[in-house]
Design a protein. Structure first.
Length: 420
């Protein structure tokens, strides 16, 4: 373990401990805005690189998924300076970060609550006890258990790992034959970091519910849930549930929809989550919103960035304020629509030769185009590629969803990838 604290003139900004930063492409905007109002101390597994611009100090640890070990390191940081809060937006590490928060006596410091969100089996059980509308769900171990569960729940059914995000391993099956053919796919699904869940029942067999799937990024203060923005998902590659895009509208009527607001509040109360930010997913069915899952962090896929473009609300500062108990202004300053679209290769095991956007072909309203893959990389579309099959993305804004979609169409037309 190695500590580094930057020295200089006295700085009275609150000290915020941030556990891991994630990929620069997807998370730098959060760190940039937070560092304007907070002194940021990072817990990382390697010396910071691009993060140094935003950090007041850092600690290099062997592992940022070991909560008790990080709590010990946090005590050393707190011995030198008061830590106002702990923040983590990495799904695999939010549970470990809660041990740090508990040790320091700051908000969101209950590992049992955070694990209840990380483990989708526990999420389902808690919501079931509270009577919160959700798909029926049965945890299983073997394919035979899954067949038996689906016989009760009915087809089509959903197979889902109980502890992964980004729709990894999720597949819709129409009958027993498809269930048997896809069960191993769900069992074998892995995230970027090894996290051990219930190995006796690692898969959930769930009722298929139809409707529009949305996400809601919310801030929770002393148990009161306030939605910040709604993401309308674009899902592709059926029967898999790859999220290929999102739209956020500052004027989305769901932000004031009584049924959704009630479902949000009841869901968080059932899970015992009282302080922090969450990314909840719902299916809007004919009978009302039904909970798909709840994540104890800001949304991924650049959804918070879309929210800031659409509303002017800064998600990084909201998350930091929730972690420290400081006030934050949630008043929207913009009223527009923002969208993102992810791009993939068309064939499995494609070796990338060249790729990029023709800048002179990009329309007005394109906020950002980013090439993720590099020449020489071997990539595949879903289901083999899943999230890691994305090779580029584009972000656009406009007055309507239709206008933003047209601009994303133009960005896609301006993007070209050539196999090696």
């Amino acid at each position: 373990m190695r500590h580094r604290v930057m020295t200089g003139t006295e700085d009275t900004r609150p000290l915020l401990l941030v556990v891991a930063t994630g990929m620069r492409t997807y998370r730098e905007y959060l760190l940039r805005s937070i560092s304007a109002e907070y002194r940021v101390h990072l817990f990382l597994t390697a010396e910071p690189e691009w993060e140094k611009e935003y950090a007041a100090g850092w600690t290099v640890l062997p592992n940022t998924m070991d909560g008790p070990a990080m709590a010990e390191a946090a005590r050393e940081v707190a011995a030198r300076d008061t830590v106002a809060g702990v923040l983590c937006w990495d799904e695999a590490r939010i549970h470990a970060a809660s041990f740090v928060a508990r040790e320091l006596g700051v908000r969101n410091g209950d590992p049992e609550v955070v694990w209840r969100l990380r483990d989708k089996g526990q999420t389902r059980a808690a919501l079931d006890v509270a009577g919160v509308p959700q798909p029926r769900s049965t945890p299983v171990k073997t394919v035979e258990d899954a067949v038996a569960a689906a016989a009760v729940i009915g087809y089509p059914a959903i197979l889902k790992p109980r502890g992964l995000g980004a729709s990894l391993g999720v597949v819709k099956v129409e009958d027993e034959e498809q269930l048997r053919a896809n069960f191993a796919f769900t069992v074998a699904a892995e995230g970027p970091e090894p996290v051990v869940f219930d190995t006796d029942q690692p898969v959930l067999v769930e009722e298929f519910v139809s409707g529009e799937e949305i996400s809601v990024d919310s801030v929770v203060r002393d148990g009161e849930v306030t939605p910040l923005f709604v993401g309308r998902k674009v899902v592709g590659y059926p029967p898999y549930a790859e999220e290929v895009g999102h739209f956020v509208d500052a004027a989305d009527p769901l932000l004031s929809d009584p049924a959704l607001l009630k479902a949000l509040q009841r869901t968080h109360e059932a899970l015992g989550f009282t302080d922090g930010v969450t990314h909840s997913e719902f299916m809007l069915t004919d009978s009302g919103p039904r909970v798909i899952e709840v994540n104890g962090r800001l949304g991924g896929d650049m959804i918070p960035f879309l929210g800031s473009l659409a509303t002017g609300i800064d998600p990084g500062l909201v998350a930091a304020a929730a972690a420290t108990g400081r006030p934050v202004d949630l008043t929207p300053t913009r009223r527009r629509v923002a969208g993102i679209r992810f791009f993939y290769v068309s064939e499995e095991d494609t070796t990338i030769g060249t790729l990029g956007f023709a800048d002179n072909a990009l329309p007005e309203g394109i906020e950002r185009v980013v090439v993720v893959a590099k020449p020489g990389a071997v990539v595949s579309p879903p289901p083999k590629g899943t999230v890691w099959g994305r090779i580029a993305f584009a972000v656009a804004t406009g007055d309507t969803r239709e206008q933003v979609a047209d601009r994303l169409d133009a960005a896609e037309a301006a993007f070209d990838v050539t196999p090696a």
